[in-house]
Design a protein around this ligand. Structure first.
Ligand SMILES: [Zn+2]
Length: 218
């Protein structure tokens, strides 16, 4: 992928003007100031039997960028989310197939693109479109509790063959963990191995002292 010379978020030049740094290739698609404001706080989130790798807190600039991307349909932002992590994640999950947790058909229609799939397309891994929504009620029109219930109403397509495959469940935000857990229940037992990776996660998954630490360092 070619790197834009302008920050995808603030549109400023990625190379510091007039400095020696200008002569060097900067390997990112956002500027160092924006990158520094991303609440990168890698943690393993345990939900039931499932251990989920989480990269960012769903907060601050990451949250703003996700809202801009998903709710304001700014499709061009998709590379910035995983950009610094691509090589490591490709190595770690070599041999895995990606399965994205689904959004509602309405959200897809409103947006015109599959947000989670697009974010994780940077990993260039094989994708299995195996899940679908049992209930297609738009999440925005419901209360928080209803949304959690509806999001967990996902099912596996009948013709999906996972035998002998290693599956990486992916999502953009883990809020309660219910959706990931449902996805895990649907594929474990059919696949050889199941792991989970989320771009971001809710602060409530951190123990109190780590929440304090996150406030200090981010
Ligand atoms: Zn920037």
């Amino acid at each position: 992928m070619s790197v834009n010379s302008y920050c995808l978020l603030c549109r400023r030049s990625i190379r510091e003007e007039g400095s020696l740094a200008e002569m060097f290739y900067v390997d990112d698609c956002i500027c160092s100031s924006c990158r520094g404001q991303m609440p990168y706080f890698p943690r393993t989130i345990t939900v039931g039997k499932l251990k989920i790798e989480g990269l960012y807190l769903y907060d601050k600039l990451l949250r703003e960028a996700l809202i801009q991307f998903k709710e304001y349909n700014d499709e061009a932002l998709y590379p910035l989310f995983l950009y610094p992590h691509v090589q490591r994640l490709k190595r770690k999950y070599r041999g895995y197939h990606l399965m994205a947790l689904p959004s509602s058909a309405q959200a897809l229609k409103r947006r015109g693109f599959k947000a989670v799939e697009l974010i994780f397309s940077l990993l260039e891994m094989p994708v299995i479109e195996g899940f679908y929504k049992k209930s297609d009620v738009d999440q925005k029109s419901r209360s928080f509790k209803d949304r959690q219930l509806i999001r967990s109403q996902i099912a596996l397509k009948a013709d999906v063959n996972l035998a002998g495959k290693k599956i990486l469940l992916v999502d953009d935000i883990v809020t309660s963990g219910a959706t990931m857990q449902t996805g895990y229940r649907l594929v474990s037992g059919r696949a050889d191995a199941v792991n989970a990776l989320t771009l971001s996660y809710n602060r409530r998954f951190l123990p109190a002292w780590q929440r304090f630490l996150a406030e200090k360092v981010l």
